[in-house]
Each structure stands twice: as structure tokens, then as C-alpha cells.
Write a protein that binds this ligand. Structure first.
Ligand code: PEP
Ligand code: MG
Length: 875
């Protein structure tokens, strides 16, 4: 009943039902809060209901009355929403104390000091949270009192001093509100409840909800609970505990205890706590009971719980419980332990881990105990912990790495020319660009650590240095540590710990054997991956451009390649050949360029088929934005203007001018290029067919699939297809090679029925589809205004990262429907970056796709999330 009672209220109610020692109390529901927030007044029946429940509470407390009589009942008033919002809303303790009750409390407890200290705490908390008096005013008065007495801590103030403090606090209340501190216990209660309701809309709470994605309209419940005191002497105390270690997931209780203290003292860290085990020595009976209760709670919630408790004069009271927060490693271990112990089934175990957590486990990390301070922070684009010397260009990265140094490549932004350097580097740091910038996408694909868009850094590649926000300079060769999980950048070398989970995947995911004392975490990951694979309906393929990537993808569990970007095969030295092809002025020039490219491509594909033997290998024909293959217009113009270049440069400049585009992403690329440059696509198709035929002849099992990029109309596809079919029939007559298209333009999605007539498969290019549906330039927008959009809540996550299901997703669904209607056996996949994003994977499952394809390093995450997407919803 967390919706109605909030997390804390539900936990208290549940523990009460289980017969555990919970101080009696009652909960005002979130519904009451919502009415109050909507109308500005408590629901009309609330007052009467509180009276009835208060009377019942007094009854249960043996007739003690709130703030009255010789044994006055005191209560706490605490907030508690559906989702935990630690410290974001208000709490008032010791409600019920007043000028008479304080004497009764002193007599009853036999502790004068305790009574006055409790009263002082009430006025302080009430004054601040309910009456809105600046908390510092109270602290100032306390400091004056301490100075006057000549002591350092509040604990050293005696009852006489505290009486004086109470007097001063009451003066403060009168001064700020014009009224005396309310003496009527019921009035205190009603005002405190209202303050808790109001705190739902406090600045802190709103900010927290925005960050955590918690809806603003839930409201908070209010728990009114009889006070128990942990500060009544050495046989009292308070503590927090977890039923398993929330950091590692290791079995066995784990917690802290603070003798003779109230909960606030633990949170405030005023005194040092002792390990829970110490309680066994101090109070064996309470300790044993606590362990018994923790076992009851674990068995009941079937999960790791965290609890708060208080011991009042040797009597244990449970103040709170909930399913505890945990690290990624603990999540995997605890889910598997619970599965082994028969507490939960495999489906539930899968529900309790996420792809996000698995990602965290796959990267090496900086040792958590480092205390270094970051010198800058950027966008955490590709996780991991990279340490290396700063270098400012690709060639230096390659050279220094070849000499055995670890390097961090620092660029303003990267482009395809940086590929070698990125490959050679441990990590990549850029000052521009967001999570789908070139640096981010390529780094994720390579599994390199990347922090991008660290805008506070000034990168000066020419001078080989970068300037930190404080003005200091980092020169080439200085060591940097880059944390791709947090976006932090450090100077110097931080200690790194490798990931055993990554080693497991790199080893092909073979089950850990009992013989070599398997890491419990790796065993847990293997177990849950196996369960996910068993359940998933979505296939998982990889985006891979090289045999090496393909082999890794296979080890990581990919069953095929969903996208080979052939333009990545034309970088480096080969770029000149493409340049020659594009700029060719006659058939002879063009033919020569194509003849030079054909054997290179054939070899590329042969290697891919070998690595993916027996599995589908989708090769996409060339799709470069043209400018990536041509010399830079400005540089070339300068060369021509200064007369540095010869006649060849003049000719080149004219051609580059002619082909120059304002929006290359929307220009002559993809199928358009294939239709305009004669022979280009035919050459690629021929290379695929010949490579497949050769591999087949050698006894292999090649499964090529040819994919056409950026198709907007079926007419484009028909033209390419006619030519491709002819070439395949010629080059590999015994093979059938499916030919399909990417769906990455809105027009393609809307006319998917017609397109399906000429396609054997669709693969959704959700990068371009997002770009064209939103009209967002994928290379520019993330660094220019996405931060503002996220801040304003226009979208909760970048649509380039997590699929925009309402917009882009609607087009995906449309195309699925139209495509399948036209051709029921149409194979459907996705190869945009979203193929490895957990939320998006769930959408693709629901949309009925056959597979997702993502970078090799995200294959395990896609497998896990595809398995989780196939679970039956919990009842
Ligand atoms: C896409 O657009 O989603 C896609 C996979 O192609 P690229 O990112 O290469 O444009
Ligand atoms: Mg694309």
C-alpha cells in the first residue's frame, strides 16, 4: 500500500502486521495530502479521524494521554512518500511536550536533563519546520549558551543550562511569530501535520523530484508514532542496519549502532557509531532479537532490507524498514542468493537487476577510496577508468602508445581522422559534443572510456596543451585520469581496479567452474544472463565493422551482425581512393578507382564472414556524409590562395566547391550517393558476393545480408535492387543474398508497405530517424541546447540515447505494421544506438521486432534487457 501510506507508513504497517515491536501509531494518507495541496485545506473529516486514531493510540499506550498526565505520551510526526526522498521533507519529534509535560517527563524518566533536552529539541525543530524560523537562529542561541558555560558540545550542557536555552528559544518564537510557542499538544500535532504536507512542495523536495523523475502529484503521507527514546542512558541507543551488505551483497547483517543517542545524532554524525556486532556485547538480548527480526523481514520481503531501530532501556523498537538500496554488484549477488535460497524465482531475480547495473560492472573502475578532487567535469559518455598521458592529436597518440605508453587523447571534438588515435588511447576527453557526438559514439563502440563536452576545458591542439578552469595548464605528456562513469577528470594517476565481469564476457561467457574458486559476482552474472537468454524473444546482434569487433561481439553473445558501416572501411590510406572515385571526371578514372577498391573490400568482407561464420552478417553499402571523404574546403582554399598547391589543387578545389553542402547529413549520402556515383554500389555488392562465394567454396557458411541506407521511396530501392540482383547472380550464382533497407527517414516509415515490396528485411536506423523526426542535427544539438531542454523537463533523457517512443517510436510501430502487412515474413531489426539502451530495448520488444543490434560492448546489456522485457508483469 505504498501509494496510499507512503514507503515508511507501509513498512510500519507491515511490520506491525508481522507482530514485530513497532511503537504504536497511525498514518495520514497521501490522499489527505493531495486534497490539502489541491484545495489549500485539510479534508473536512480529517480532524475527527485524527481524534479517533489518537484516542485509540492513547488506549493502546495504556491510557497515557498526548502531552498530559504524569506519564505524558509524546509522538513523532514524520513524512513518508511513495518513493524515498531522504532528508527532503520535514520531521518533528517530541510533539506533546509543554511547560507542564516537561516536568512529568523528568519525573517519569528520572532524568531531568533528558526532559529539558527533549523540550529544547521540540521547540527547535518545530520553530524551524513549522514556524519557518531560520535554523541558524537556534544554533546561535545554543552556541551562546555553550560559550557562557565554557563547554564545547551540547551534551555537556546540564538541565539548568537547557532550561535557560528553552527560555531563549521561546523568546525567539515570540519575536518571530508574535505568538508564544503553542502549549496545546493537539495544536502542536495539527500544525506539524500541516507543515509536513507543505514540505512536499518545498524547494528541496521539488528539486529532488525533478532530478529523480518522481511525479509532483503524489503527495506525502504523515506518520504519527509514539516516541521511544534511545537517549535514556547506557542501556538505550539507536542504529541502522542492513540484512546483507549493500555494498558487496555479502551475506550477513551489517550496520551501525550509537549507544545512548537519538536517530538525529546518527544522521548528524555528531558522534562515531560502533559496528552492529558491538551491540552483541552491550545488550545480547536486544541483539539476538534484532537478528531474528531481520530474518523475518528478509523472508517477508524476500529481499535485502534496511532498518532503523531504537533500544529504550533494554527494549528493542523497530522504527522503519524498506527494501534497501544497493550497488550494482550487490544487486546481482543478492538476487542470485535469494534465488538459491528459494526466496524468489528466476523471473523475480531478473526483475531485480538492470542493464544499467550490468554496464557499471563491465568497466574497470577507479578504486573507491581515492580522495582526489576533479579538475573538470564533462558528460560521462562511455564508462570506465582511463589513466594516461595527455596527447592532443591522433598521430601522437598512436606513436606514444606504440612506444608502450598509456595515453588519453584530448581533442576539442573528434572526427573520423581521429580513429587511429582513439583506438590507441585508453580514454578520450573532448571539450565539445554530447553523448551522440562522434567521440561518444565511437568510444562506446570501441569500449574506450570517454568524457565529452567538458566545456570548462580549453583545448589548444596546436599548442599541445589544455587549460583548466582555474587557469592552470596541462601540457602534453602530463598524466590525466578520466572517469567515464561520472564525467570527472583528474590530474595525475588514480588507482584502477579491473572488472572480473568483463573478463568473464571476454572469455566467451563460459560458466565459472568450482575448481578455480569462482568470483561470486561473476557466478551471479552468469546465472542471470543464462536466465535472460532462456527467456528473451528478441535476437541480439552487433554493430561491427572489423573482424576483431565481430569476434568480440560473438564472445559477448551476439548472434550475428546487424550493421557493418562500410564507410569505416575507407578511412586512412583508402580515403584517397574514395576521393578519387567521387571526383572522377570520366568512366576511365572512375573505373580505375573502383578496380582499386574492389579487392580491398572483398578482403574486408571475407574476414567478417569468417568471424561470423554461420551467422547473419548485415553489410550496409556506403553511407558517408560526403564531406567526410573530401579535403577540408577552408584548408584547401588557403592552399590554393597561397599558391602552395599546384594545378591539381585548383581542380580539386573546384570539385570540392561544387560538392560542398550546408547540411551534409541531409545531403548527398546513402542511397543517393549510390545512385549518383555510377558503379559504387555495384562494386560493393560484387565484393560481398565474391567474398561470400569464396568463403563458401572454402567450406565456410557465409550469411551476408545487403542493406541500403537512407531510402525514402521504394523507387530508390527498386533501382538499387535491380542492379544488385544482377551482380549477385553473376558473382555468386549459387547463393541467395537477402537485400533489405534501413528505415531511417520518416517517409520510409510512412511508406513502409510499398518499400516492403522490394525489401527482404528492415532495420530501423533510429539515429537518423530521431534526427529527422525532431529536426535535430545529431552532431550539434546535444552540446548546444540539450542541457537546457533536460533542465526544463522538455524530455527526461536525450532522444538520441533513449528512444522517443511517442514520436520516433510511433513511426517505428507504423512501419512494423505496414511492413508486416505487406510481407508477413519481413525480418525486422534495429541498428541505431538505441539497440543497446535498456528502456529502448523494452520498447523494441513490445513493438514486435525480431532483433536489436548494438555495439559489441553493449551486447550483454541488450541480452539481459531483452530477457527482462519478456518477463510476465508482476502480479
Ligand atoms: C542510424 O541512422 O540509426 C544508423 C544506424 O546509421 P548511422 O548511425 O550510421 O547513420
Ligand atoms: Mg543512419
Amino acid at each position: 500500500m505504498r501509494d496510499l501510506l507512503g514507503g515508511k507508513g507501509a513498512g510500519l504497517a507491515e511490520m506491525t502486521r508481522l507482530g514485530l515491536p513497532v511503537p504504536p501509531g497511525f498514518t495520514l494518507t497521501t490522499e489527505a495530502c493531495r486534497t490539502y495541496l489541491a484545495t489549500g485545506a485539510e479534508p473536512p473529516t480529517l480532524h475527527g479521524e485524527v481524534s479517533a486514531h489518537l484516542a485509540a493510540l492513547e488506549e493502546r499506550m495504556g491510557g497515557r494521554r498526548l502531552g498530559r498526565g504524569d506519564d505524558p505520551l509524546l509522538v513523532s510526526v514524520r513524512s513518508g512518500a511513495r518513493f524515498s526522498m531522504p532528508g527532503m521533507m520535514d520531521t518533528v519529534l517530541n510533539i506533546g511536550l509543554n511547560d507542564t509535560a516537561v516536568h512529568a517527563l523528568a519525573a517519569r524518566s528520572g532524568d531531568e536533563r533528558f526532559a529539558w533536552d527533549s523540550y529544547r529539541r521540540l521547540i527547535q525543530m518545530f520553530g524551524h519546520t513549522v514556524l519557518g524560523i531560520d535554523a541558524d537562529r537556534f544554533e546561535e542561541k545554543l552556541a551562546i549558551a555553550r560559550d557562557a558555560v565554557g563547554v564545547a558540545t551540547d551534551a555537556e550542557l546540564n538541565s539548568r543550562h537547557l532550561r535557560g536555552v528553552v527560555r531563549q528559544f521561546r523568546d525567539l518564537v515570540v519575536e518571530h511569530t508574535g505568538h508564544d510557542f503553542p502549549q496545546d499538544p493537539r495544536e502542536q500535532l495539527d500544525l506539524a501535520v500541516r507543515a509536513v504536507f507543505d514540505s512536499w512542495n518545498g524547494d528541496r523536495a521539488r528539486l529532488y523530484r525533478r532530478q529523480e523523475g518522481i511525479p509532483d502529484d503524489l503527495g506525502t503521507a504523515v506518520n504519527v508514532v509514539a516516541m521511544v527514546f534511545g537517549n535514556l542512558g547506557p542501556d538505550s541507543g539507536t542504529g541502522v542496519a542492513f540484512t546483507r551488505d549493500p555494498a558487496s551483497g555479502a551475506q550477513g547483517v551489517y550496520g551501525d549502532y550509537l549507544p545512548n543517542a537519538q536517530g538525529e545524532d546518527v544522521v548528524a554524525g555528531i558522534r562515531n557509531t560502533v559496528p552492529l556486532a558491538e551491540l552483541a556485547r552491550l545488550d545480547r538480548a536486544s541483539y539476538d532479537e534484532l537478528l531474528r527480526i531481520m530474518e523475518v523481514l528478509e523472508n517477508h520481503y524476500r529481499d535485502m532490507c534496511d532498518i532503523e531501530f531504537t533500544i529504550e532501556r533494554g527494549r528493542l523498537w523497530m522504527l522503519q524498514t524498506r527494501v534497501g538500496k544497493r550497488t550494482a554488484a550487490a544487486a546481482f549477488r543478492i538476487a542470485t542468493q535469494a534465488l538459491d535460497q528459494g526466496l524468489i524465482d528466476a523471473e523475480e531475480a531478473l526483475r531485480r537487476v538492470t542493464g544499467e547495473q550490468l554496464t557499471q560492472l563491465m568497466f574497470p573502475r577507479f578504486d573507491v577510496n581515492h580522495h582526489a578532487r576533479p579538475v573538470a567535469t564533462g558528460i560521462p559518455a562511455s564508462p570506465g577508468a582511463a589513466v594516461g598521458v595527455a596527447v592532443f592529436d591522433s598521430a601522437t597518440a598512436v606513436a606514444r602508445a606504440a612506444a608502450g605508453e598509456r595515453v588519453v587523447l584530448v581533442r576539442r571534438e573528434t572526427n573520423p581522422d581521429d580513429l587511429d588515435g582513439m583506438l590507441a588511447a585508453e580514454g578520450i576527453l573532448t571539450s565539445r559534443g554530447g553523448k551522440t557526438s562522434h567521440a561518444a559514439v565511437v568510444a562506446r563502440g570501441m569500449g574506450r572510456t570517454c568524457v565529452c563536452g567538458a566545456e570548462e576545458l580549453r583545448v589548444d591542439a596546436a599548442a599541445r596543451r589544455l587549460t583548466l578552469p582555474d587557469g592552470t595548464v596541462v601540457a602534453e605528456g602530463e598524466t590525466l585520469s578520466v572517469d567515464g562513469s561520472t564525467g570527472h577528470v583528474y590530474r595525475g594517476e588514480l588507482p584502477v581496479v579491473p572488472s572480473p565481469v568483463m573478463e568473464y564476457f571476454e572469455g566467451g561467457g563460459t560458466p565459472p567452474t568450482a575448481g578455480d574458486a569462482p568470483d561470486e559476482l561473476v557466478t551471479a552474472v552468469h546465472r542471470l544472463m543464462t536466465e535472460a537468454d532462456r527467456r528473451r524473444r528478441l535476437g541480439v546482434r552487433a554493430n561491427a565493422d572489423t573482424a576483431e569487433d565481430a569476434a568480440r561481439a560473438r564472445r559477448f553473445g551476439a548472434r550475428g551482425i546487424g550493421l557493418t558501416r562500410t564507410e569505416h572501411m575507407f578511412l586512412g590510406e583508402r580515403r584517397a581512393l574514395v576521393e578519387r572515385l567521387i571526383l572522377a571526371e570520366d568512366d576511365a578514372e572512375r573505373g580505375a578507382a573502383l578496380d582499386a577498391l574492389l579487392p580491398l573490400q572483398r578482403q574486408d568482407f571475407r574476414e567478417l564472414f569468417q568471424a561470423m561464420d554461420g551467422l547473419p552478417t548485415t553489410i550496409r553499402l556506403l553511407d558517408p556524409p560526403l564531406h567526410e571523404f573530401l579535403p577540408d574546403l577552408t584548408e584547401l582554399s588557403v592552399r590554393v590562395a597561397t599558391g602552395e598547391g599546384g594545378a591539381a589543387d585548383d581542380r580539386l578545389l573546384a570539385a570540392v566547391r561544387r560538392l560542398h553542402e550546408q547540411n551534409p547529413m541531409l545531403g548527398l549520402r546513402g542511397v543517393r550517393l549510390g545512385l549518383v556515383v555510377p558503379g559504387l554500389f555495384s562494386m560493393q555488392v560484387r565484393a560481398i558476393a565474391e567474398a561470400a562465394a569464396a568463403h563458401h567454396a572454402a567450406g565456410g557458411d557465409p550469411r551476408p545480408e545487403i542493406m541500403i541506407p537512407l531510402v525514402g521511396t521504394v523507387r530508390e530501392l527498386e533501382l538499387v535492387r535491380a542492379d544488385a540482383d544482377r551482380v549477385v547472380a553473376e558473382a555468386a550464382p549459387s547463393l541467395t543474398i537477402p537485400l533489405g533497407t534501413m528505415i531511417e527517414l520518416p517517409r520510409a516509415a510512412l511508406t513502409a508497405g510499398e518499400i516492403a515490396g522490394s525489401a527482404d528485411f528492415f532495420s530501423f536506423g533510429t539515429n537518423d530517424l530521431t534526427q529527422t523526426v525532431w529536426g535535430f542535427s545529431r552532431d550539434d544539438v546535444e552540446s548546444s541546447f540539450f542541457a537546457a531542454y533536460l533542465e526544463k523537463g522538455i524530455f527526461p533523457a536525450s532522444p538520441f540515447e533513449t528512444l522517443d517512443t511517442e514520436g520516433v517510436g510511433a513511426l517505428v510501430r507504423t512501419a512494423v505494421e505496414k511492413g508486416r502487412a505487406a510481407r508477413p515474413d519481413l525480418k525486422l531489426g534495429v541498428c541505431g544506438e538505441h539497440g543497446g539502451d535498456p528502456d529502448s530495448v523494452h520498447f523494441f520488444h513490445a513493438a514486435g521486432l525480431d532483433y536489436v543490434s548494438c555495439s559489441p560492448f553493449r551486447v550483454p546489456v541488450a541480452r539481459l534487457e531483452a530477457g527482462r522485457a519478456a518477463l510476465t508483469p508482476p502480479t
